[in-house]
Write a protein that binds this ligand. Sequence first.
Ligand SMILES: Cc1cc2nc3c(=O)[nH]c(=O)nc-3n(C[C@H](O)[C@H](O)[C@H](O)COP(=O)(O)OP(=O)(O)OC[C@H]3O[C@@H](n4cnc5c(N)ncnc54)[C@H](O)[C@@H]3O)c2cc1C
Length: 423
Amino acid sequence: MKSDIIIVGAGASGLMSAIAAARQFLKEGKSACRKPEILILERMEKPGKKILATGNGRCNYTNRVMDTSCYHSAEPRLIGQVLGRFGYEAALDFFSDLGIYPKDRDGYIYPASNQAAAVLDVLLMEIRRLGVKLLTGKNVEKIRKIKDGFEVVTSGQERYTAKKVILAGGGRAYPKLGSDGSCYDLARQLGLSMTRVVPALTGLYAREKFFKSVSGVRADGCIHIYACGQTAPVQLAMNRGEVQLTDYGVSGIPAFQVSRYVSKAIDQKKKVSGSLDFMPDMDKSRLFLFLTERAHVRPDKTADEFLIGMFHQKLCRLFNQLAGLNGSQTVGQLNKKQLGALAEVIKNLTFQIERTGGFDNAQVCAGGVDGRLLSEYLEVRKIPGLYIAGELVDVDGICGGYNLQWAWSSGYVAGTHAGKELV
Ligand SMILES: Cc1cc2nc3c(=O)[nH]c(=O)nc-3n(C[C@H](O)[C@H](O)[C@H](O)COP(=O)(O)OP(=O)(O)OC[C@H]3O[C@@H](n4cnc5c(N)ncnc54)[C@H](O)[C@@H]3O)c2cc1C
């Protein structure tokens, strides 16, 4: 059987592209309307496994503050073009129409039911309503351009043909949820070049053992990332928010946001270090004066007691240890040098980064199919009829609903264009 469109991958972008394509055939007043033959091939036994894991099971499916500056790509033009066709409002409307009542938490949008399963459910309901065929357990291994379309071959040597193909198989982040990087191979088979792919939105693994003593602590702070070469360290990135300290290093949204820069630098064999600033609202000299005053007010407190009320107790002990203070010493006895050392540690807790959480623990990949190969409709310029959508494209967003928005937007744009051309 020859399909109109084959979509590889039943993830966020694949399901969206199937819906967008199928809807083109339903438009009123068009004589060409007929039942579309749209087929999704998914390698896992169930579709949309990653959607279920998003937002800690609640699915942060978009963000009220939608701007191209929240994304990274070697071809930023593409992001604006795609979001311009299907952005935040369009995503809200699309999901509202399907039944998802949105809940806005400081701009982060979730389904009011707090269930990622609701998002997947409504997508699958719409797929069924539109008559899209979804086959699971079908790992696509080869795609070949043939006359009038494409031949798609699965691991079981089953052959399918279609006039158009949308590659929506994701990257290699969190492979146990389905996206194992095999779509990069498919893209390469088709002659597409890729920008370097590295893990993004993941934790940072530090060399220092002291992190074990503060594991589980969450604190407001600023993380700075530096690449160290022969010259002075160069700042690569910084982010502020609630930092989560773990036994291996640093996690939480600020660490996730900077992790793509760490991954890239490590990939380029650079040495990477980090610095945590636990008092970002005061500069070091102001903090020094503040600590001096605080010690003056209660000189009888021990060093271990001194910072209680400002930081978690585990952090207070770590600061003292790194500043070389004896915890039982009274603060009235601390000299300027010791208070200065304490201010330095609080403002600049440095660590060496050995690695990131890697692809296994990354939420997304940075890098992918080079956006410069794609038209504004995400069609491969030199292979008409072949589209690339979702994380497979070299576009990665920051934390906060931006990556799913890219999946919805790119799936919508590719699916709409592919469908429209066949009606
Ligand atoms: C734990 C976690 C939490 C996240 N939370 C959020 C969040 O709250 N908000 C947000 O915006 N983003 C979040 N993300 C990122 C977001 O989930 C992804 O950016 C998005 O799902 C990418 O969509 P996609 O369709 O491109 O790829 P995927 O969702 O990965 O879907 C690709 C599909 O293709 C299938 N496939 C792959 N190769 C083949 C093949 N060869 N043959 C057949 N099928 C194939 C896969 O099995 C998979 O089902 C999170 C990611 C993770 C891992």
